[in-house]
Design a protein around this ligand. Sequence first.
Ligand code: A2P
Length: 334
Amino acid sequence: MNRNPHVAVIGATGAVGVEMIKTLEKRNFPVGKLTLLASARSAGKKLKYRGQEIAIKELTKDSFTGIDIALFSAGGSTSKEFAPIAAKAGCVVVDNSSAFRMDNSVPLVVPEINRADVKWHKGIIANPNCTTAITLMALYPLHQAFGVKRIFASSYQAVSGTGAKAIEELERQVGEVVAGKPVTKEVYPHQIAFNVLPHVDSFLPSGYTKEEMKMENEGRKIMHHPSFRASVTCVRVPVYRAHSVAVSAEFEKPVTVEAARVVLSKAPGLDVVDDPEKKEYPLPLYVAEKYNCQVGRIRVDCALDNGLCFWVVGDQLLKGAALNAVQIAEELLK
Ligand code: A2P
């Protein structure tokens, strides 16, 4: 790999794409050249990178000549169509969509957990589901110490996970409700302002949603733990940014709060914020825009054997997407 790679961001105008550009800059990624790609709608629009204005180009099958690393975040269908073209042209693709995550020939990587998997890529590396990545940041170190068998979890997912249009929808609906006007809906099937929706992604015949099953499926692949089980309810909440997850985890070995806290306080990319007496626990409002995830409300589960409850919060645009993608790109340069 070129030490100063030519990097492309595909979906540069999107909620994640914008964060990818910022993260490359903030982490001083040694970008030789930056190419920004989006749909024809955005062609010619300019975005800033290191004080320079870069014009966005329309994504076409000829976009990848000379590009070393392509960070994709333009939706599953764009990835399905263009990531194989990019890989064929010699790029390494880091794909934020779900298109290739469960493909056996594609590594699925959270660098703090399975950075070695980057090595066996064949041109495409998948970035995990945001809620899964955030949950595993706390669960994996506990798994290493106590051996996780299964979890029961509920997520509280921010609207920015749906994309830039959903942020606008929440803002618009809050204005409409406060002004006493009828609420208009474009993105979500129900009003999201002053409401919570137990519906993220599409429903499966089992009654779970696709998003809910990502925790078990992607969790098994990332942790190299084929018997891991996860029963999850994913909920969209009227929060701009950062996902929260309430987890009850059952382990093979006995677990105490003290032992768990020792493990979690040493975990990379994770801060323990857990002092209920002082009303200190992770809050999405304050985790937004932070690289590290936060864990708190650590307590022994009263309904499981060898069980532990915790509350983990992470910026899903960063650890759940852009930061994790740039960290994977950093691994490629090592
Ligand atoms: P555009 O702004 O030109 O539509 P979000 O998840 O925030 O909605 O962002 C989606 C991103 O994916 C945007 O940058 C969007 O570009 C881009 N995108 C969507 N469809 C395509 C496509 N067919 N080709 C290239 N980029 C696309």
